[in-house]
Design a protein around this ligand. Structure first.
Ligand code: R5P
Length: 312
């Protein structure tokens, strides 16, 4: 039991918050997070937070804007109730893909969201597998950026000499390389081009995949287009099988159907985002939990211990 900390949850992912609190052996803080009849977010923090270190568990998964707004209003309530520190635990950082001016006259929406959290008064952000690590620099306060690597290492116990790790695009090479290094296997890179948002087409595969077990490592599976295109390209090049380990299962639109009908053998995702019923029913989708990793990080923050040592 960690008496100086208190954990609250918005409505984005109460199941994950409950698992984290189980690991911490602490009850979840009492707070009403609901809506007025016109849809405005209504929050009442009912546990005393004066002088406490508050942790708010709230990934900004769909409905993204609603969940961001809940986070902002819970943060405001805790600050006005004299919390000592406020840490937002957003295992999935929504808007993370809009992290640079990709074209003229476009916003940097990830920076907008970071500014909003800081303006409301967070002292720290804890998050998992940011789309781009540079998003840490959008915050003035510390960001503890956690990696999925230890959770994947525990899950995949059968990596052999015939396995290759695949990065589905140039932006994901660092992430895939870290897994390839850990598993001591080869790295393959897909040259993915995107003409329009949410539409992708595979152009070129760099590396040998013939008769290999391919494991695609990525941060987000959203429409499933990138994943299915990558899988097809790898199978067409003679891969023995294709699996994927993707941290954030956004799985919007008909992504689950697309994956079910694809040649993908298995998709392993984490619980940074709740799974839809369709995804839970899919025989191809398996979920692993980051709750222990998040709980351990909270303990280490509380005790001022190293977090990077979790990943070495
Ligand atoms: C893009 O750079 C990301 O790493 C993911 O590959 C992408 O967001 C997946 O999106 P979708 O599933 O819609 O193709």
């Amino acid at each position: 039991m960690y008496s100086e900390i208190i954990v609250f949850s918005g409505n984005a992912h109460r199941e994950l918050a409950a698992k984290i609190c189980d690991h911490l052996d602490t009850p979840i803080g009492n707070a009403l997070v609901s809506q007025f009849s016109d849809g405005e977010t209504r929050v009442e923090i009912r546990s005393n937070v004066r002088g406490k270190n508050v942790y708010i568990i709230q990934p900004t998964c769909p409905p993204v804007n609603h969940n961001v707004m809940e986070s902002l209003i819970i943060i405001d309530a805790c600050r006005r109730a004299s919390a000592r520190t406020i840490t937002l635990v957003a295992p999935y950082f929504g808007y993370g893909r809009q992290e640079r001016k990709a074209a003229s006259r476009t916003p940097i929406s990830a920076k907008v969201v970071a500014d909003l959290y800081e303006a409301m008064g967070i002292n720290r952000l804890v998050t998992v597998e940011l789309h781009n690590s540079a998003i840490q620099g959008f915050f003035t306060n510390p960001v503890d950026h956690l990696f999925i690597k230890p959770v994947l290492t525990e899950f995949f116990q059968d990596i052999d000499q015939n396995t290759v790790v695949v990065s589905p695009d140039a932006g994901g090479v660092e992430r895939a390389r870290a897994m390839a290094k850990k598993w001591q296997c080869g790295l393959v890179i897909i040259d993915k081009r995107r003409d329009r948002p949410n539409e992708s087409s595979v152009v070129h595969i760099i590396g040998d995949v013939s008769n290999k077990r391919c494991i695609i490592i990525d941060d987000i599976v959203d429409t499933g287009g990138s994943l299915v295109h990558a899988c097809n390209a790898l199978m067409d090049k003679g891969a023995k099988s294709v699996e994927a380990a993707i941290t954030h299962p956004v799985l919007s639109g008909n992504a689950v159907q697309l994956i079910n009908q694809s040649r993908l053998k298995r998709l392993v995702v984490s619980d940074t985002i709740p799974l839809s019923e369709a995804a839970q029913a899919s025989k191809k989708i398996e979920q692993i939990s980051v709750s222990r990793l998040l709980a351990e990080s909270i303990i280490r923050i509380d005790k001022s211990l190293s977090i990077s040592s979790l990943f070495q």
